[in-house]
Design a protein around this ligand. Structure first.
Ligand SMILES: *Cc1c(COP(=O)(O)O)cnc(C)c1O
Length: 221
């Protein structure tokens, strides 16, 4: 299935009506398909492998907002620090320190989201609610001048059970709202993918990351 431009336009309208940003997840897709989406006005793209992202970034227009949505290893931060628009999956203090260091080297302030583990299923990555609060309050983090913590990111359990997905997104939405009072920079709640973005928008998502609905099913993840 090629790039579905009609679906892309529909998603744009749907997300805009909720004042949310649509990130087109282009992982595993060729540069030509990203160009096609770009031609139709899409500027925000999400990738989750560093090597793939830097290859694509070199070949594509400079005004693309590249979102890093995957699990980021510390030793790879330096490759994306010069241009990355938003890092979605920050899941440790050490990673944040490295991002701050690399951002300083490139004279940038890199926007970041903290990944929160909301899925009831076991997952390796992400903070729990108290972990997020501890991190935000820590002196270490307050001293970092080259990162900007802009909000939270989460992934619901991959299940057909819509009640469960809603419950998980609702818990993240509640945490996000509670943190917006003490942290006014918190403006982004990144949640929702192809199968669950409608529920995510209803639960307060401000940014959805959608791949297969736009580019077709992937053979790899
Ligand atoms: C692949 C991926 C997506 C997009 O998934 P689709 O089901 O294709 O919409 C969103 N977020 C993350 C973190 C991903 O890795």
């Amino acid at each position: 299935m090629p790039l579905n431009t009609i679906q892309l336009q529909l998603l744009k309208v749907q997300t805009a009506s909720r004042k949310a940003v649509l990130v087109a997840v282009s992982k595993t897709r060729p540069v030509t398909e990203i160009e096609q989406a770009y031609q139709s006005g899409q500027r925000d793209f999400g990738e989750n492998y560093v090597q793939e992202l830097i290859e694509k970034q070199k070949q594509l227009p400079a005004d693309i907002h590249w979102h890093f949505i995957g699990h980021l290893q510390r030793n790879k931060v330096k490759f994306i620090a010069p241009f990355v628009f938003l890092i979605h999956g920050v899941d440790s203090l050490n990673l944040l320190k490295e991002i701050n260091k690399q951002a300083l080297l490139h004279n940038r302030i890199i926007p970041c989201l903290l990944q929160v583990h909301i899925a009831e299923e076991e997952s390796k990555f992400g903070f729990d609610a108290s972990g997020v609060e501890l991190l935000l309050a820590s002196e270490d983090v307050r001293a970092m001048k080259n990162i900007k913590l802009c909000g939270l990111m989460g992934m619901a359990t991959n299940t057909e059970n819509e009640e469960q997905v809603r419950r998980e997104f609702h818990s993240l939405g509640t945490l996000f709202k509670a943190l917006q009072q003490p942290y006014p920079d918190f403006k982004i709640l990144s949640m929702g993918m192809t199968t669950d973005y409608r529920i995510a928008l209803e639960e307060g998502s401000t940014m959805v990351r959608i791949g297969s609905a736009i580019f077709g099913e992937r053979t790899q993840t």
